[in-house]
Design a protein around this ligand. Structure first.
Ligand code: AMP
Length: 443
């Protein structure tokens, strides 16, 4: 099956070729013909599956087939809107659609907060056909009347589950109220909670349903490793792994913003250029860090879950969970940053004794047993010498209030499943005493 077989026109096929895509991904094979037909769509697919092209390509084709009449004020109307939960995802989706639109006369605009509103206003004064926006900034434009949504023909909710998690439902409803009732609606979500189902029922008319396998850890493009290591030795082990294996582009996840900052600073001191991105950083700083990382100028990017949502770096080879996520499904989202579009990736998790209950919850989600390995010189203390886990660290709930989904919030206690693997490279766990970090940036 080729892109032309899916019914896409020559300009789009040419742009796709220039992006280096040769064959459509499963979500593209399913979504493109359905969206071209003009009906509503409910799609189960997460970032990394090629979903942006799945909705972006047929959107461009449909818009290019008709001409929009100017608005009463003479301006050309915005005809399609893509809503995303984060700034990074908005920037990325817009960048992709812009590349697909290269040989058409359709124009795109990314619209998100954290940057000045003025250039966005100026751009809206000209011809913009497709806006990719986060809900908050879009509503700022609506209230300042710099955007008119009354002529929207297509609406895409991208990562709808994340938008609800982040509390955007009221904003979404306010935005929808500004649009004409007759339009094509596409809803993409990785998970289907009751809230998503309710939103889909109110938003979509006779939708087609498609689902591509959740990109989970069974994906054979991602090799997963789990190292049992004491909390106070994690940073040294991470520096060692990066230096010893000569990893040049590593995305590292921490649980907190503070933890991300601290780790980035420590890695920098270890001679590994690193920067942190999280919600407290200015948009400028986030964009700079991300573009340096993408360009290969920054070796390590340390991110929190929300900041990393939707980060798409082609051929990202290494993802490290410095700390396991509290919500087990986030593990799948995190490691989905690697091993994309058929490229082999590696996901390494550093598992402290106190995190073993979290690991159990992750095993349930990925439907695999995580075999804990021990790295020589980084052996953890034997289990009976480990401090008891504190309830607060394993039972904390994630903010934003996702209703009714407990998966991943594991119980405290339990000694977990830590059977050190019998890897010949590994030392005898009985010799495990904390050691001072050694110089680890070997090449
Ligand atoms: P997405 O799920 O839309 O974020 O896409 C994930 C990544 O896959 C992006 O880097 C796309 O550029 C890339 N991609 C999308 N479709 C294809 C394809 N058919 N072949 C190769 N790469 C693709």
């Amino acid at each position: 099956m080729s892109f032309a077989d899916l019914g896409l026109n020559e300009q789009l096929v040419q742009a796709i070729n220039e992006c280096g895509y040769t064959t459509p991904t499963p979500i593209q094979t399913q979504a493109i013909p359905l969206v071209l037909k003009g009906g509503d769509l409910l799609a189960g697919a997460q970032t990394g599956t090629g979903k942006t092209a799945g909705f972006g390509l047929p959107m461009l084709q449909r818009l290019s087939e008709t001409q929009a009449k100017p608005l009463a004020n003479g301006r050309s109307p915005v005809r399609a809107l893509v809503l995303t939960p984060t700034r990074e995802l908005a920037a990325q989706v817009e960048e992709n659609i812009r590349a697909y639109a290269k040989h058409s006369n359709l124009r795109t605009l990314a619209m998100f907060g954290g940057v000045s509103i003025n250039p966005q206003m100026k751009a809206l004064g000209g011809k913009i056909d497709i806006v990719v926006a986060t809900p908050g900034r879009l509503l700022d434009h609506v209230s300042q009347r710099s955007i008119d949504l009354s002529r929207i023909e297509m609406l895409v909710l991208d990562e709808a589950d994340r938008m609800l998690d982040m509390g955007f439902i009221r904003d979404i409803q306010r935005i929808i109220a500004k649009m004409p009732p007759k339009r094509q609606n596409l809803l993409f979500s990785a998970t289907f909670s009751n809230e998503i189902k309710k939103l889909a029922e109110t938003l979509l008319t006779d939708p087609e349903h498609i689902e591509v396998a959740v990109r989970n850890a069974t994906a054979d493009t991602i090799a997963q490793r789990f190292y049992s290591v004491d909390k106070n030795r994690k940073r040294a082990l991470l520096s060692y792994l990066i230096g010893h294996n000569n990893w040049q582009q590593v995305l590292v996840f921490t649980r907190t913003k503070h933890g991300a900052n601290r780790l980035a600073m420590q890695l920098d001191k270890d001679g590994l250029p690193a920067m942190a991105i999280h919600g407290d950083k200015s948009q400028g700083a986030r964009t700079r860090a991300l573009s340096q990382f993408k360009a290969g100028k920054l070796r390590v990017l340390v991110a929190t879950d929300i900041a990393a949502r939707g980060i798409d770096i082609s051929e990202l080879p290494h993802v490290v969970n410095f700390e396991l996520p509290h919500v087990a499904e986030d593990y799948v989202h995190r490691i989905g940053r690697t091993g994309r579009a058929g490229i082999k990736g590696e996901a390494v998790s550093l598992v402290g004794f106190e995190e073993r209950p979290l690991l159990k919850a992750i095993e349930k989600v990925i439907k695999q047993t995580a075999e804990l390995e021990i790295m020589a010189d980084f052996e953890p203390l034997p289990d009976h010498l480990q401090p008891k886990p504190e309830p607060a660290t394993t039972q904390r709930q994630r903010g934003g209030g996702r209703g009714g989904n407990n998966t991943g919030r594991s119980n405290t206690g339990g000694r977990g499943n830590a059977k050190p693997s019998s890897n010949p490279r590994k030392a005898n766990p009985r010799t495990s005493q904390p050691k001072t970090p050694r110089g680890t940036t070997q090449r």
